[in-house]
Design a protein around this ligand. Structure first.
Ligand SMILES: [Zn+2]
Ligand SMILES: [Zn+2]
Length: 154
């Protein structure tokens, strides 16, 4: 009996370790070092503790769900921006110079903007507008006229 346990334990441990390493590798391949596996990986159907290194939060999730792309629930909640919030962000940035005409879905999916200075409409990814500082792609003379007016005054 005792011999049995002694003989079996290492092989079971090795098998578990190997499985843990495989699951770790899968996660790291997918999200590189953004997530760490904290808990002991037991089986595909058991939730395992994962840490999101970006927000420092830990959460339990089944490995299969995680690998399907259901990632950090804290960030998923935080990053789910709606159209109104996006419009508010645009307004804070550029005032009423630009309007958002279509629905915001996600940061990398283009929305339609209207540039109120030249009245042109263009498609741009929210991320490019908010974070990369990209603006109306059309060359327009309105700002130039503004500058000229200012020069006339002074
Ligand atoms: Zn997170
Ligand atoms: Zn324009």
């Amino acid at each position: 009996m005792i011999l049995c346990v002694v003989n079996d334990a290492p092989s079971v441990l090795i098998a578990e370790k190997r499985r843990l390493m495989i699951s770790k590798k899968e996660i790291f391949d997918l999200v590189q070092d953004e997530y760490s596996l904290i808990g002991e990986y037991q089986s595909t159907n058991k939730p395992v503790l994962i840490k999101h290194n970006i927000c420092q939060k830990e959460f339990s999730m089944r490995r299969t769900n995680f690998l399907k792309g259901n990632w950090c629930p804290y960030c998923a909640k935080k990053h789910k921006k709606n159209t109104k919030e996006f419009k508010d962000e645009v307004f804070t940035l550029v005032g009423d110079e630009y309007f958002v005409l279509s629905e915001y879905k996600r940061t990398l999916e283009s929305v339609i903007f209207r540039h109120n200075i030249c009245n042109s409409q263009f498609k741009m990814r929210p991320n490019d507008f908010l974070n990369s500082g990209q603006r109306c792609p059309y060359a327009h003379i309105a700002p130039l006229q503004k500058v000229k007016k200012l020069l006339d005054i002074f």
